[in-house]
Design a protein around this ligand. Structure first.
Ligand SMILES: O=C(O)CCC(=O)C(=O)O
Ligand SMILES: [Fe+2]
Length: 327
């Protein structure tokens, strides 16, 4: 089992405006761990051995062995790397990209990382793992604990695995608050990341961008500096948090909000995600679960957007539909 040199409580972490509780750190043999996953609750698993075969990965090793394919590198003027969907950019004319994307060889990325100076552009490599990687990395990949993760997929009725995203980030990089429409076993390989999570029940506190916006699924609230005038319900938010280190696996249930930071002053980070589609929809039982309501809201919003066929008509339509009627 991988030894973790630091405990979650031993970091000097910035305080947020909202309260948080620690996400439990459990062994895979603890019945509470399986129980949490089956109830779609986050948990940090300390001994999955999911990526033990990759714990020797560092920039030097990957440069030599990951092959000379192209990797997507996000470039940001500040520490935030907010995701946006290129395909939705035409829906919002005034939208300005919060960061740039550039394809480059891994060695080129490493060179740029080494040259990076404080106050200048930050880099974050985020690339789906393909079979173009070199022999040694393929061996490491085949050595992942597929038996365990596939058992979880079956036991918890997840759908098919979609992808493994390789993330290599500079210390201090932030992925701002958002949710994904997939189940995720997030494996930390190198360095430390702090996760802040909020459950899907707190949808109304999170003020997601409209569905047609390039930042769909992202919160409009800056978790580190919330504007309570614009987003008053964020005052009611209450989260879960943890710091993951090498060998840890965090289960991020579908539709759970998460904000992620590579800890400042702790070096670069390497992570690999294991993303799964939602399972076959369970028999509908009432009351609906929070995640089913989020899925329903998304579908209705999409239908209205499609029917209006013009994003600029959405705000007035949506507010007319509810204004003064449901309060
Ligand atoms: O590690 C990060 O910066 C973001 C990870 C994430 O959002 C995810 O795995 O879904
Ligand atoms: Fe995510």
């Amino acid at each position: 089992m991988a030894e973790r040199s630091k405990e979650p409580g031993s970091f000097d972490l910035k305080q947020f405006s909202f309260p948080t509780e620690q996400i439990p750190r459990l062994s895979i043999n603890d019945p509470e761990a399986s129980s949490r996953i089956s109830r779609a609750l986050p948990v940090v698993l300390t001994d999955t051995n999911l990526v033990t075969s990759a714990l020797h990965w560092d920039l030097d090793y990957l440069s030599k062995n990951i092959g000379d394919g192209e990797f997507v590198v996000h470039i940001s003027k500040n520490k935030n790397f907010q995701y946006f969907d290129d395909k939705k950019m035409t829906n919002v004319k005034e939208f300005r990209k919060p960061s740039e994307k550039q394809d480059m060889k891994f060695s080129e990325f490493v060179e740029k990382l080494h040259q990076a100076k404080p106050g200048e552009d930050r880099l974050y490599l985020q690339q789906i793992l393909h079979d173009t990687v070199g022999k040694k990395v393929i061996q490491d990949f085949l050595g992942f604990n597929w038996r365990w993760v596939t058992m979880q997929q079956k036991d918890n009725n997840f759908g098919e695995m979609t992808s493994n995203l390789l993330l290599v980030g500079m210390e201090g990089n932030v992925t701002p608050g958002h949710y994904d429409e997939q189940e995720n076993f997030f494996a930390q390989v190198r360095g430390y990341k702090r996760f802040i999570l909020f459950p899907p029940t707190q949808f109304a506190c999170m003020y997601p961008y409209p569905i047609y916006h390039p930042c769909d699924r992202q919160s409009q609230v800056d978790f580190e500096n919330p504007d309570f005038t614009k987003f008053p319900k964020f005052k009611e938010a209450s989260g879960l948090e943890t710091v993951v280190g090498p060998g840890d696996v965090l289960y991020i249930p579908m539709y759970w909000w998460h904000h992620v930071q590579s800890l400042p002053s702790h070096g670069y980070t390497i992570s690999v995600t294991f993303w799964y589609k939602a399972g076959q929809s369970e028999k509908i039982e009432y009351p609906l679960k929070p995640k089913q309501k989020v899925a329903m809201m998304r579908n209705i919003e999409k239908m209205i957007h499609q029917a209006l066929n013009d994003s600029s008509e959405m705000p007035e339509f949506m507010s007319n539909m509810t204004l003064g009627r449901y309060t």
